[in-house]
Design a protein around this ligand. Structure first.
Ligand code: ZN
Ligand code: ZN
Length: 403
């Protein structure tokens, strides 16, 4: 028996005015999910704990069996992963900004005029080696970026250089104790080299001519160590894979040792090819026992406050799930979200998330539609940390506890 876990990011929602008081899942026309619900069980999952608002990172860690209280090492490492940098356990990552400093070195704009254009060009030459340490620098959205140090003797025992408000000089980069001296030295050298590189960069020359704020300095803060995750395949004694276009999620899956089956050309947006993702996952299950698929569009529609778009995207997922049906008798199939992103809130909330579990011969709870209202009559009440155990035991892939 194989396990397919499909996570529609930010799936859970609340009643929406634009949908006549229904939630996107409630309003969506989902023939395939209806069938799977009728043949299986539905209910709710708390991705972390009741009342805790999950991030996609903490929630995916928890679902895969990595307690975020132990393995979530802060926004630095996880946002860096989100930029697409391929990180390894032990790397030290900071959140960074492109900023504007004046000729005296004073930070006049911590966000470099909220620069949007050509930040990839600015970031490229900031990748370098200092002593025996590799420096990786990658642009994020707008003025945001990630700064990662990889090498021996690097840690987080240093102060940030970000003054946290404008019209101040960057803070001095200092070691917090002796163990941080090398990191502080490398970061000071990086800062000074980056000033030279950025001052003469063609993008900044152009911004100077146009009278725009130059992105001529790098501020960094919130350093954290990328966690070393115990290997998923050893932990569960199975082979696992993933399909995910969003860098944050694929970064976590890669750190866990899951194999990448993401097909080329898929995006982490509402225009993504959901069919291709589901097909890639079903193909992957010929080689591995477990595949997790992340589909981001639902979360994006939620953040956009667009309940109608979320409903439409759910229908697109449902269409793609048609290809699961012929294979469902060799499959533990689970469909849920990593948290709720209600369109009325435009942010993640702690609302429990609808979940559907169907496998051959499973109990049925007589519910024939998956949504936030009907799920309260279903039989499942799960916590994120238990999801892997539930899936693997449903697939007869786990051991008996006791005699
Ligand atoms: Zn998410
Ligand atoms: Zn989100």
């Amino acid at each position: 028996m194989k396990v397919l876990l499909v996570i529609a990011d930010g799936l859970g929602d609340r009643p929406a005015k634009s949908l006549g008081g229904r939630t996107p899942l409630e309003a969506a026309n989902t023939g395939n999910l209806d069938l799977l619900a009728r043949e299986g069980m539905v209910g709710f999952i708390d991705p972390i704990r009741p009342g805790i608002i999950p991030g996609s990172d903490t929630s995916h860690l928890n679902y895969l069996g990595y307690n975020p209280e132990k393995y979530y090492t802060g926004r630095g490492p996880f946002e860096a992963m989100g930029t697409g940098l391929k990180l390894r356990g032990g790397d030290v990552a900071f959140r960074a900004n492109f900023a504007t400093v004046d000729e005296r070195g004073i930070v006049v704009d911590r966000r470099a005029g909220r620069i949007r254009e050509r930040t990839a060009e600015l970031a490229a030459p900031l990748n370098m080696k200092i002593e025996d340490v590799d420096i990786m620098f990658r642009e994020g959205t707008e003025h945001r970026a990630a700064l990662v140090l990889r090498g021996p003797g690097i840690n987080t025992e240093v102060t940030d250089n970000d003054p946290h408000s404008d019209n101040l000089p960057p803070r001095e980069i200092k070691a917090l104790d002796r163990s941080g001296e090398k990191t502080a030295r490398i970061l000071r050298e990086f800062y000074s080299r980056s000033l030279d590189i950025l001052r003469n960069h063609p993008v900044n020359r152009e911004r100077r001519e146009k009278g725009l704020r130059e992105a001529n300095a790098i501020l960094f803060r919130g350093g954290g160590v990328v966690p070393v995750l115990p290997d998923f395949n050893e932990k569960y004694r199975i082979k696992g894979g993933y399909v995910a276009a969003v860098a944050l999620v694929s970064g976590i899956c890669r750190l866990a040792g899951l194999n990448d089956f993401t097909p080329p050309g898929v995006t982490g947006s509402t225009d993504t090819n959901v069919q291709a993702k589901i097909k890639a996952a079903l193909d992957a299950l010929k080689q591995v026992d477990f595949v997790v698929v992340n589909i981001k569009g639902t979360d994006i529609a939620g953040h956009d406050g667009d309940a109608k778009a979320k409903k439409d995207f759910i229908e697109k997922i449902d269409d793609a799930l048609e290809s699961v049906l012929p294979q469902r008798d060799d499959l533990v199939f689970c469909f849920t979200g990593d948290h709720s992103t209600p369109a009325s809130v435009k942010e993640h909330t702690s609302d429990p998330v609808p979940i559907l579990l169907r496998f051959p011969g499973c109990r049925r709870d007589g519910i024939n539609h998956l949504d936030e209202i009907t799920c309260r009559n279903g039989s499942l009440r799960l916590k994120g940390e238990n999801l892997m155990d539930v899936l693997l035991s449903s697939a007869n892939l786990s051991q008996k506890y006791g005699a």
